[in-house]
Design a binder for this molecule. Structure first.
Ligand code: MF3
Ligand code: CO
Ligand code: CO
Length: 337
């Protein structure tokens, strides 16, 4: 990931109009000090630990599969460059995204203390198949499950396992379906039973960040405007914005151009045009933005073991605004004129 190079007397990257040294520089310097934040953070007495992962679930032969699902290494083909979609492709995107939303709602409804994330994976797996779709994550670059389930300090890519959810946990459920030749991708962090006020605020702020990011999208704006809006929402309140994982173009391929950083990356000058579809999926941390990876090669946790939340939508850039493709049925479009 690129680091932003600005001098202390330059305008701050957040768009406040203040000098960098009077605005975000102190915080940026602090987060560059290894160990400083970890010392400042309250210790996590009950970190999430790796648990047992069930055998791989199968998908019936009649379900159409993405290219990577047919390869033993799970690697997708070369990235498609043409990212503007025609009306037919957009109709299929709407179908896939609404299916993803349906599966996510089913999973959310099953969340309660005592339920394992593996049980949620089983629910999602069957639901994708019932809709005629394929679980996009299954086998993707070797990922073993049909959803990602990221508990408490897990930032993303948590592998569903036999750990029962506990009262007071927060869990992100990330659901992606391959249907009608298109991927639809959305996620939410939800509460398990009653959670503490700080966790509620974290989840609420993360939703605000997602909406601020979507609100920065216009035909003609740049990808970096998204991360700028998200950082301006999160960082003044003391939250860390994860840098290592980004939003992504989506369509016939799961991860396409553009990459969408959720922090301000001056180099992200890609210009957004009508017909482009991509995700915005900010991961917002109670403390440091830095992460560590588990030995499973997937699970990313916060470096200070404080909690992290994430919300994700797949969106479409239009001449008349932004269409959120993964809203719940009947939810009003907030960014269409
Ligand atoms: N749905 C996740 C995303 O938002 C997928 C992560 S790839 C996986 O991009 F293989 F980890 F599942
Ligand atoms: Co996702
Ligand atoms: Co995504």
């Amino acid at each position: 990931m690129n680091n932003v190079k600005i001098g202390p007397n330059d305008a701050c990257w957040c768009g406040s109009g203040k000098k960098y040294k009077k605005c975000h520089q102190p915080r940026d310097l602090l987060s560059a000090l290894s160990g400083a934040e970890a010392k400042a953070a309250p210790p996590n007495p009950r970190p999430v630990r790796p648990a047992r992962v069930s055998p791989r679930r199968s998908v019936p032969d009649h379900i159409p599969k993405p290219d990577y699902a047919l390869r033993s290494d799970g690697r997708p083909g070369p990235r498609v460059k043409d990212v503007v979609k025609n009306a037919g492709q957009l109709a299929r995107m709407r179908t896939a995204c609404q299916a993803a939303r349906q599966v996510l709602e089913l999973c959310k409804a099953a969340v309660r203390p005592g339920v394992t994330t593996d049980a949620l994976d089983a629910i999602a797996h069957q639901a994708y198949i019932d809709l005629g779709g394929f679980p996009s994550t299954l086998g993707y670059c070797g990922y073993p499950k049909s959803i990602c389930a990221s508990v408490n300090e897990v930032i993303c890519h948590g592998i569903p396992d036999d750990r029962p959810l506990e009262e007071g946990d927060i869990v992100n459920l990330d659901v992606t379906i391959f249907l009608d030749g298109m991927h639809g991708d959305c996620s939410e962090t939800v509460a398990v039973g009653t959670i503490d006020a700080e966790s509620r605020l974290l989840i609420e702020t993360t939703r605000e960040c997602l909406m601020a990011g979507i609100g920065a999208v216009h035909a003609g704006s740049q990808v970096r405007d998204i991360g700028k809006a998200i950082s301006a929402c999160a960082e003044p309140r003391g939250y860390g914005v994860v840098r290592a994982f980004v939003g992504h173009g989506i369509g016939e391929q799961f991860h396409m151009d553009p990459q969408v950083p959720h922090y301000y990356d001056a180099a992200a000058t890609f210009v957004l045009k009508p017909g482009m579809t991509f995700t915005i999926e900010p991961m917002i941390n109670q403390g440091t933005w830095k992460h560590r990876s588990w030995d499973d090669g997937w699970t990313a946790v916060t470096a200070d073991l404080r909690r992290s939340a994430q919300h994700e939508h797949t969106i479409l850039v239009r001449e008349d605004g932004v269409e959120i493709l993964t809203l719940k049925p009947g939810e009003p479009q907030p960014f269409l004129r």
